[in-house]
Ligand binder design. Sequence first.
Ligand code: URP
Ligand code: ZN
Ligand code: ZN
Length: 470
Amino acid sequence: MAVLIKNGTLITAADTFEADILVEGESISQIGKNLQHPNAEVFDATGKFITPGGVDPHVHLDLPMFDTVSSDDHYTGHKAAAFGGTTTALDFVVLENEGFQHSVDTWMKKAEKAAIDYSFHMNLTQFNEKIAAEIPSLMEMGIQTLKVFTAYNGRLRLDDGSIFKAMQIAKDNGMLVMAHCENGDVIETLTQQALADGHTSPIWHAWTRPSWGAVDAALRIAGMAADADASVYIVHMNTAGEVDMLKYARERGVKVMGETCPQYLFFTEDMLERDDGAKWICSPPIRTEADTARLWQGLREGALQTIGTDHCPFFFDGTQPILYEGKEIAIAGKEMGKYNFTKIPNGLPGIQDRLPILWTYGVQTGQISANQFVAYTSTNPAKIFGLYPQKGALVPGADADLVIWDPEKRFKYGRAHSHQRTDYNLYEGWDVAGYPEKVFLRGKLIVAGEEWLGKRGDGKFIKRKEGEIL
Ligand code: URP
Ligand code: ZN
Ligand code: ZN
């Protein structure tokens, strides 16, 4: 099977140029001018842009939380991702008491319905000698990353000594520690005080998770990485101070990298004061205009390395079914915390929205260049997470994960266009200019306009190797 895409404008992390792309089997075989192939299926991409498929480094599919589960699974979330131009997604394995292998097996089972390519990070939420000794076995399973938490006391958090030891082990085994940075003790104290004072509305979620906690945790994580000579990746960066800490540490040679997410670039905490404020509840919370401005600046100046989604959707009202692929479905969601913000499941939808929203409101507005857009959403995550150049690259030999964009397509975005399995969209009514028109996964056309050609089970687990430090 061969596919020849003619006359497109290719956008990579480094360059923009006109060329044809020849795909043979599952990979790109040639890029150049006037390519020919006797029996290739030909697509004319005149006037269109072509980017490598998006790599989303941070998603939570089928994640149990409180008494429910994130409402996209490895099929629905992947399908939504594909419509938005993302062809690889990395989600997080919950560490069960039975250990790493058992936990990975559980996640492999969930992902049997995968529709795009995928890999896993391991949540390191317990630590003892046995677990420490088993960490290197994750590398053999193709899992190169451990996520640690400085918050969620009594649930997910590790003490600093354990985080430091995990960094030492990661360093010795070519692995990368990802860190969720907030101050768990401050959050616990403020939350108890808020509840005791009768504060139960969504805005208190943000007010009990102050941004200084993210700043102090980011610096602590960077400091520990320096002391362990390890590399770390700070997930979902949301505050100006975190960007400053990242810059400070990087300027001193610390191997620390940072990710932000669209919700921290486009929204501020006043959204939480709306009647439907629970829709914007995520941890860490969305912040202020000064924070969004500093995050954009961090992207422009290259202080940050990636834009993931932290896609972790819940229904706003999980008592009311929606139609998904012709069937009614309702999954308990944010209504669980109607009278108590601590019971609202944390997380937002965004896996489909990431690329089109960033294209319109990041690239077209001049916040970042088209090449930075590709770097932050595809090439850099592929490099950092050991997927490059199989993913995130337009080069011969790379997987033919390709997005043909129609730069002229303009419409009002929102739930009607979204395949994310939830009852709301954060960008409802936003004007979008430029949208993925065709999406290929390893040479197979899986999205053609509004048509879904992908299949449950077609996504492949990608065993990852040691990544790059950017
Ligand atoms: O609110 C969020 N982000 N939920 C997912 C869990 C996490 O910490 O990333
Ligand atoms: Zn997190
Ligand atoms: Zn997350």
